[in-house]
Each structure stands twice: as structure tokens, then as C-alpha cells.
Design a protein around this ligand. Structure first.
Ligand code: PGA
Length: 255
């Protein structure tokens, strides 16, 4: 893994946005895997402002989001469909017909999951998969003990994840109990992965992902098996790394 450590969360998010924008500049028809969550908001903000300033066109870009809550209609204000519209899609020239997010309100969720995998394959596969990480080491909504070979499917969310996402809902009881998520096998099939983790709350998960044993206990550790992973962290999220000085020596200040 290529580990880039930045002094601040803002610098880390900026670097993450720059990496994404570079891929689109190199390949205007890129297939991007997108993530949601609080960590990604400054990234999408930066992407949208750079789009305006430099007119980096997304009109030919295809996107696949990692996950969606089960039971929420696309129009629900807390759905990841709404998140993506507000955070990014309505701010750039992307063709909404080329954007994909699993439908959490599909009548047949298993069929929806199968169709999602087929759509990814039909697109030629994901060129760059953007990933946040949960405090419990999840990527997408692949909670601990998910199969490291899993594909898109419905998963029951842990109480820890429900509590972390509680802030977006009126009350805990409203926080969805299930999600439809790309599997770890789906994520590993992407040509490249870009992980962003910021804040001290992520430091244990980041250390387990990079330096811990390969284990379903920390789903993100599966990325150790992927040949092209870049991890971008701020100092707080890097605090648990035993080999942090080594990563800094190889890539001083994220260079
Ligand atoms: P967060 O979520 O950015 O809101 O912390 C990340 C994740 O759970 O993958």
C-alpha cells in the first residue's frame, strides 16, 4: 500500500480530490467507484469547485456507489442517492444516466444486487474505487466477519455503525438496520483503490487495515491483497501506525 500522511484533514481531502480529478483528466470516460459518509464531503466539495474553476468535464464518466440503506427510497433525504445529488452530482456536468447506486427500496433486493454486479461488469469494471473506512474497519457496509470474497448483497448493520450514522437521522429507531453494499470481492476487483481516513476515531481501523493481520475482523485489511491501493490519512488517523515514520520517509508530506 502507498500510505500518504498529511498534517491536516483538509490537506488529506484535497489530495484525495486531486487524485480523483487526475484520473478523470487522464481518462474522461473513467469508471469511478464512489463512497459516501462525512469524510467524503470535503472531497466532493473540492471536486465540484475544481470542476467550476477548471472545467474538468464529468460528462463521459460512469459511477458506481458502494452502498445504500435498505428501505429508503431514492428521494428520502437521508438516502445515499440524495447525498450524492447534493454533495456532487448536482454540482458537476455528470450524466445522471451514467450514475449507479444500489436501490435500497427494490422489491427483490437479491435481484438488485445481482443486477448491480452485472452493471459493473458491463461497464468494463471500476477504474478507481474511492473508499472511506468505518471505526470498525468496514469498507462499504462490509461489517466485520464479512467474507473477503463477498459480492454485492444485503447486510445487517452493526449497532456501532447504526450509532455512527445516527446523526443523520431524527432518532435511533429511524436509523436503518440493513444496507445493500458492494462486497469485498467487488471492491478488490477494482483496478485501483483510494482510501481516505481522517480524525483520531479512525486511527485503530487505519492501523488494522495497513499493519494488522489479514482478517475478516477488519474487512479493510483485505486491501492488503490488492496491488494498487493508495491510503490518504491525516496525522490523527495515522496515530496508531507503528511504521508511520517509514511511510513518511518514502512519501514525505504525501509526495
Ligand atoms: P464516515 O463514514 O466518513 O462518515 O466516517 C465512513 C464509513 O463508514 O465508511
Amino acid at each position: 500500500m502507498k500510505v500518504l500522511i498529511f498534517d491536516t484533514a483538509e490537506a488529506a481531502a484535497q489530495r484525495c480530490a486531486a487524485h480523483l480529478l487526475d484520473r478523470v483528466r487522464e481518462n474522461p470516460c473513467a469508471v469511478l467507484g464512489l463512497a459516501t459518509g462525512g469524510t467524503m464531503l470535503p472531497v466532493y466539495d473540492r471536486v465540484a469547485t475544481t470542476y467550476l474553476a477548471e472545467r474538468v468535464s464529468f460528462s463521459q464518466v460512469t459511477t458506481f456507489n458502494l452502498d445504500e440503506y435498505v428501505g429508503l427510497a431514492s428521494k428520502h433525504v437521508c438516502s445515499y442517492h440524495s447525498y450524492m445529488r447534493v454533495a456532487l452530482f448536482d454540482r458537476i456536468d455528470i450524466d445522471l444516466g451514467k450514475t449507479h447506486i444500489p436501490k435500497g427500496d427494490a422489491v427483490d433486493l437479491a435481484a438488485e444486487a445481482r443486477a448491480y454486479e452485472q452493471q459493473i461488469t458491463a461497464s468494463g469494471g471500476i477504474d478507481l474505487q474511492l473508499l472511506g473506512i468505518g471505526q470498525n474497519g468496514h469498507i462499504g457496509f462490509n461489517e466485520p466477519t464479512s467474507s473477503l470474497a463477498s459480492r454485492t448483497r444485503v447486510i445487517v448493520l452493526t449497532e456501532e455503525t447504526r450509532h455512527a450514522n445516527r446523526i443523520y437521522f431524527t432518532k435511533h429507531a429511524d436509523t436503518p438496520r440493513r444496507a445493500i453494499t458492494m462486497g469485498i470481492g467487488t471492491i478488490l476487483a477494482a483496478k485501483a483503490c483510494l482510501v481516505l481516513g481522517t480524525g483520531e476515531g479512525k486511527s485503530d481501523a487505519i492501523a488494522a487495515m495497513i499493519e494488522g493481520p489479514l482478517s475478516a475482523r477488519c474487512p479493510a485489511s483485505a486491501l492488503q491483497m490488492h496491488p494498487a491501493v493508495t491510503v490518504i490519512v491525516d496525522r490523527a488517523a495515522a496515530a496508531g501506525l507503528k511504521l508511520g515514520d517509514d511511510y513518511q520517509r518514502v512519501h514525505p508530506n504525501g509526495a
